[in-house]
Design a protein. Structure first.
Length: 202
């Protein structure tokens, strides 16, 4: 499970933590590298104003059309974790399946789903963006993959992703969410994410 050090009232800081048993890391300082992810992060910040995070109504897909195919969003469901709300066409193509409506464990499998949930719970608990990166060794395409699914060796596919909290409504003030995703002002209701990938030569 990812380990996040905290200071100053619970904000995540410090070096990335590894999501065991995979070659994947969670970076609570959100030190993004990929330009399209930096652009989406900047857009999210521009919508915050003086609040901890934007509301879901303040985020408009038309504002980041260049990122739409690689975006997915997750509903935070109290007592159940995360459920895919939507997934762009590049996400469906990459995974070889349509994850919309599925929980993380249903879509990714037990081990990968639990590791992803551990990282995303930091977004919910702190109400702040998170970067994840590493190797897609956590993903095995399903046997009934959609036609055209890439036949990559996923241990050679590198990725970087950003995960951004959105509140249910009202203006979320202060440092983060409480209660793991209950509806209401100040609670993380949706995690908006985008991913970038490339195949490593080594």
């Amino acid at each position: 499970m990812v380990t996040l050090s905290t200071v100053n009232g619970g904000g995540p800081v410090g070096a990335p933590g590894k999501l065991e048993p995979f070659d994947v890391y969670a970076d609570p300082a959100c030190r993004l590298v990929t330009p399209r992810l930096l652009s989406l992060h900047a857009y999210w910040r521009s919508k915050c104003g003086d609040a901890a995070m934007p509301t879901r109504e303040e985020i408009h897909p038309r504002d980041f059309r260049m990122n739409l195919s690689r975006i997915f969003s997750l509903d935070v469901v109290a007592g159940q974790g995360f459920r895919f709300r939507l997934a762009g066409t590049a996400i469906v193509d990459l995974f070889g399946c349509e994850p919309t409506g599925k929980t993380l464990t249903q879509a990714l499998g037990g081990k990968a789903g639990r590791a992803a949930s551990a990282a995303l719970m930091a977004v919910v608990d702190y109400g702040r963006p998170l970067r994840t990166f590493g190797t897609m060794d956590w993903w095995t395409p399903p046997a009934d993959s959609l036609p055209g699914t890439p036949s990559h060796d996923f241990t050679r596919v590198r990725f970087e992703a950003v995960h951004l909290p959105l509140s249910a409504g009202g203006r979320a003030q202060g440092g983060g969410a409480e209660g793991g995703g209950a509806e209401g002002s100040g609670h993380v209701a949706i995690v908006l994410s985008a991913i970038a990938t490339h195949v490593s030569d080594s």
